[in-house]
Design a binder for this molecule. Sequence first.
Ligand code: MN
Length: 286
Amino acid sequence: MKTLVTTINPPSPHWVGNGFPVRTLFSYHDQAQALSPFLLLDYAGPMTFPGDGLKRGVGEHPHRGFETVTIVYEGEVEHKDSTGKGGVIGQGDVQWMTAGAGILHEEFHSKAFSQNGGDLQMVQLWVNLPKQHKMTPPDYQKITKDEIPHVPLADNAGVVRPIAGAFLGHQGPASTFSPMQVWNITLNADGQTQFDVPEGWTTAVVILEGAVSVNDSAPLSVGSMALLSHEGSTVKLHGQQDSLVLLLSGEPIDEPVVGHGPFVMNTKQEIAQAFTDLKQGQFGRI
Ligand code: MN
């Protein structure tokens, strides 16, 4: 069984733009190697927004060298980027955006959500790209709720929905550049499950709703995260009430991580180059 290395308590929230009240559970600034291939996780909300028509979110900004994965649990987000792609993702949908060589994008609440108001609950996960793929052309996978498998657990314990990677032979739809598993797991009250992830992989369990014991830990509350050892393979989850967790597991990318704001590369020189390329208009325009 994997052992519990550390638990992260719910951090204080801060705003990203004026649309996303987020708690940053981990970041490449201080935990790049421990969480590799994952770079950062922001848990936005849950928060209720008024239906006042105000455009809320984050205006045009660049990214290079990694992928941003936006998972919507409640609410609607609208995205536009410099590849000409964009669209609205709503409850249960996922946007897997490959910044690669460089992208400019904006992220706002959808027009309908701004007008009608409602609950916002989402996760934005940053996934690193291996050195050889950092300058891949930018791309965007829109993954709708109905494309994500729905795999019931034994004994009515809950449901696993693999976004990336396979659970019991059910393959998640996301295409990735390194091996990983990103799964939404709902657990019913007192629901228990256990499964194996590959030995040597990074594994983290993020509690989004309810309270969950991870590998026999004390119950972890909303906004907490359990980081498990690379050694061992078994992960055990026990829902203390109706709960929702995000399981992240992946093969570590054993390369230097040098990040500055929206760019994550391997060297300082590549970061400087990103700023130069941005200034020279090489990220295109929205
Ligand atoms: Mn962004």
